[in-house]
Ligand binder design. Structure first.
Ligand SMILES: Nc1ncnc2c1ncn2[C@@H]1O[C@H](COP(=O)(O)OP(=O)(O)OP(=O)(O)O)[C@@H](O)[C@H]1O
Ligand SMILES: [Mg+2]
Length: 263
């Protein structure tokens, strides 16, 4: 049985879909057979981030309605033969997707894959519970902003009610220059507030705004290194961390921070 990961958050827009897509690609680059499942039913965009929106013939709703077999709805990635996506649907009446039929799809997928990576909707309503109930591990994604951390705390406490094998933390969009100048919470502060050691620390990097599936592109950037470390930590259970502040220490670092603020 493969591992079933869910990327979740309280607050929306903190980078769950971005993490799902890029950690999925990174795990595939590390030789794992991976399937990504979009559980953000109605507001789905994993297919767009993974550039397969024009390849969708069947989706999760068709599988549940018995219009196709699960295998027929899976889309193979163009670059990585061991990477697949199970897309979601825009106008589906979510009441039809119960926690139990969603879990049964995830369990079936976990038989044929090393990793099932689930993209959870924001918030703590039925969509959150449906996605988490199907997973064996949860990674709470937050940015270093107090509102996101507060919502992450609420999510952490809800996750403690599930029989998960692991609850991890991903701190996304960290600005190293602002951490050094004291304007942004440190990951240590966030870790203490949430009583959880981070599995990954990801810098804020415009490269990912332009190319959301950055891991598949041959571009050298900070965010790629950090996501690869996160994927390796997930795979091996190690606790290596990307240091977002490294470039902003010392005299040269101070200048670099000043220049970043100016431009
Ligand atoms: N490390 C990063 N640096 C810069 N931009 C980022 C980073 N991570 C994510 N983003 C950007 O933040 C935006 C929101 O990301 P994303 O859609 O992954 O969030 P989400 O948590 O899935 O949102 P929702 O709750 O709506 O599903 C996107 O435009 C994405 O490119
Ligand atoms: Mg999303």
């Amino acid at each position: 049985m493969g591992r079933k990961l869910v990327f979740t958050s309280g607050k929306g827009g903190v980078g769950k879909t971005t993490m799902c897509a890029n950690v999925g690609i990174a795990l595939s680059m590390l030789g794992q057979k991976v399937v990504m499942v979009d559980a953000d039913i109605g507001l789905n965009n994993l297919d767009v981030v993974m550039c397969v929106e024009n390849k969708v013939t069947y989706d999760i709703a068709d599988v549940i309605d018995g219009k196709c077999r699960l295998k027929q709805a899976l889309i193979q990635d163009a670059d990585f033969p061991g990477l697949y996506i199970l897309p979601s649907f825009h106008n589906y009446d979510t009441a039809n997707i119960t926690a139990s039929n969603f879990k049964s799809i995830i369990d079936t997928l976990s038989v044929g894959f090393d990793f099932v990576v689930i993209d959870c909707p924001a918030g703590i309503d039925a969509g959150f519970h449906r996605a988490v109930a199907a997973a064996s591990e949860a990674y709470v994604t937050t940015t270093p902003h107090i509102s996101a951390v507060r919502d992450a705390d609420k999510v952490m406490s809800l996750l403690n009610g599930y029989p998960l094998l692991n609850i991890g933390l991903v701190v996304n969009r960290v600005r190293g220059d602002m951490v050094v100048s004291g304007e942004m919470m440190t990951t240590g502060d966030i870790s203490r507030l949430l009583r959880c050691v981070p599995t990954g620390i990801i810098p804020d990097d415009d490269t990912i705004t332009v190319k959301s599936d950055i891991m598949r592109h041959n571009i050298e950037c900070e965010v790629k290194q950090a996501i690869m470390i996160l994927a390796e930590n997930i795979l091996s259970g190690k606790r290596k961390m990307y240091d977002c502040t490294n470039d902003y220490r010392g005299l040269f670092g101070k200048w670099k921070a000043k220049l970043k603020k100016l431009f």
